[in-house]
Ligand binder design. Structure first.
Ligand code: UDP
Length: 486
């Protein structure tokens, strides 16, 4: 088997966004650990961000590499160097960004012609339908890497089939849980499809039909019913996660996605000085724009809760107004010893997996959700856009491991959140944190549930576990295709 696998070469193509590159890179490491060769397609700027991760993996003996293609930012009308969605200054540029990604098709095909060994398959994230044409040209199978849960995939399908256009709120039909949506909570493309995205969405749907299988970044035990339901609709649905668990050593957990804006050792010793399960970790992912006014309320809420906290303020949100407020209020002096602010990028998995962390104030991105589950940490849920409201309902109503902050509607992707959500005041932030950290019976039960899921997640990825076996099925499927094509 090992010698057969040696010839397999998996080509991984993520959308150039942190929530796609990070899990697909983790999955690449998982595949390489199974003996196959892995190449990840990227661009020069993203290669710099991921260099340390890949270097570490190569040093540990894995056959994995990054292949950087020049990104046509300017040709597509983007600012120079705009190679990752987290660098878009406005989401109005998103359609140019998708067009630039599609312009990678020709250079990618030229690059494949020179690859040795030839790729055996393509695994690309759901937002890159044109990669199906590349796979067809080279007569290799393509698998979709789904960066959302089976719950979201299935519920959004049910909702798109239902007649909900004129309703303000509705239940998702024919599922075992009572999941109610308000119209304003649906992703923008389900309420009205912006013209630019119509074509992309149509292509994504078509490419799903031609793909050989779907690899879902999730694990079966957490959402069994929805996995089964999806399997009745699509061929070869394999849950292969949670992929973040492939990072076992401290260095692996901290070098993930970007260069950290805080020294990892300082971060660990700061956390070491706190009581077990006493710290709140607050982070809103790689894309959310949080306004200065909202940042102040979050800061005041964290301060007013009696818990120690690590608070990540995303680089783009560290505006002059925020800095002025922090300075004038002497905020960092006020919270000294109890609160740690990270301006920019934090080693999230490293922090979450520390024993001192006891709660996660988060935006319900799917990767962050899984990382919270793996750490066994209950969550305060604050969804903002895209599929984040699905994730909130999954966390709160299906798994029972989170408490809602109370956001009622999606914000414009990339827009300041209070435009449509209204400002969440500091006392609501404080109260939600207190509820999630509470040691009453309900709080204990919530924590017990998430800790149980964390154990199940680990077992899924271990040899013989469900995700481990699903990766085996994938490798067997690719091997079979290679044999048949001789
Ligand atoms: N992340 C991180 N440090 C940060 C912010 C985010 O490591 O300061 C990582 C996080 O661990 C997750 C990813 O970035 O893997 C964010 O993905 P998610 O799906 O949660 O949200 P999105 O960025 O799409 O909103």
């Amino acid at each position: 088997m090992a010698s057969k696998l040696h010839h397999l070469h998996f080509l991984l193509i993520p959308l150039l966004s942190q929530s796609h590159i990070i899990p697909l890179t983790d999955f690449g490491k998982l595949l390489a650990k199974r003996g196959v060769k892995v190449s990840i397609i990227t661009t020069p700027l993203n290669a710099i961000r991921y260099r340390a991760t890949i270097h570490r993996a190569i040093e540990s003996g894995l056959r994995i590499q990054l292949i950087a293609l020049e990104f046509p930012s300017q040709e597509a009308g983007l600012p120079p160097g705009c190679e990752n969605m987290d660098l878009l200054t406005s989401m109005d540029l998103a359609s140019d960004f998708f067009r630039a990604c599609e312009m990678l098709k020709a250079p990618l095909e030229n690059m494949i012609l020179g690859l040795d060994p030839k790729p055996s398959c393509i695994i690309s994230t759901n937002a890159l339908p044109w990669t199906q044409q590349v796979a067809d040209r080279f007569k290799i199978p393509r698998y979709i890497f789904e960066t959302i849960s089976c719950f979201t995939l299935f519920c959004s399908k049910k909702l798109s089939e239902a007649q909900i256009q004129d309703l303000e709120s509705f239940l998702v039909p024919n599922i075992p849980h009572k999941i109610e949506f308000k119209k304003a909570q649906l992703p923008e493309n389900m309420r009205k499809t912006p013209k630019d995205f119509e074509k992309v969405i149509d292509q994504i749907k078509k490419s799903q039909l031609s793909a050989r299988g779907s690899l879902v970044s999730s694990f079966e035990e957490m959402e069994h019913w929805y996995v089964e339901a999806l399997r009745r609709e699509r061929d070869n649905v394999w849950c292969i996660g949670p992929v973040s668990l492939c990072n076992e050593k401290i260095g692996e957990k901290s070098d993930r996605g970007n260069n950290n804006s805080i020294d990892e050792n300082y971060c660990i010793s700061w956390l070491d000085s706190k009581e077990p399960k006493s710290v709140i970790y607050a982070c809103f992912g790689s894309l959310c724009r949080v306004s200065a006014a909202q940042i102040k309320e979050i800061g005041l809420g964290l301060e007013a809760s009696c818990f120690p906290f690590v608070w990540v303020i995303r680089g783009l949100d560290c505006s002059d107004e925020v800095e002025k407020w922090l300075f004038e209020e002497k905020f960092e002096e006020r919270i000294e010893g109890r609160g740690l602010i990270v301006r920019g990028w934090a080693p999230q998995v490293l922090i979450l997996s520390h024993q001192s962390v006891g709660g996660f104030l988060m935006h319900c991105g799917w990767n962050s959700t899984l990382e919270g589950v793996c750490a066994g940490v209950p969550m305060v849920t604050w969804p903002m856009f895209a599929e984040q409201f699905y994730n909130e309902k999954f966390i709160v109503n299906v798994l029972g491991i989170g408490v809602r902050i109370g956001a009622e509607g999606c914000v414009k992707f990339g827009g300041a959140e209070e435009q449509s959500q209204g400002l969440v005041k500091w006392d609501r932030v404080k109260r939600s944190i207190e509820v999630v950290m509470d040691g009453d019976e309900e709080g204990k039960e919530r924590r017990r549930r998430v800790e149980k899921l964390a154990k199940m997640a680990k077992e899924a990825l271990e040899q013989g576990g469900s995700s481990y076996l699903n990766v085996t099925l994938l490798i067997q499927d690719v091997t079979q295709h290679v044999i048949n094509s001789y």
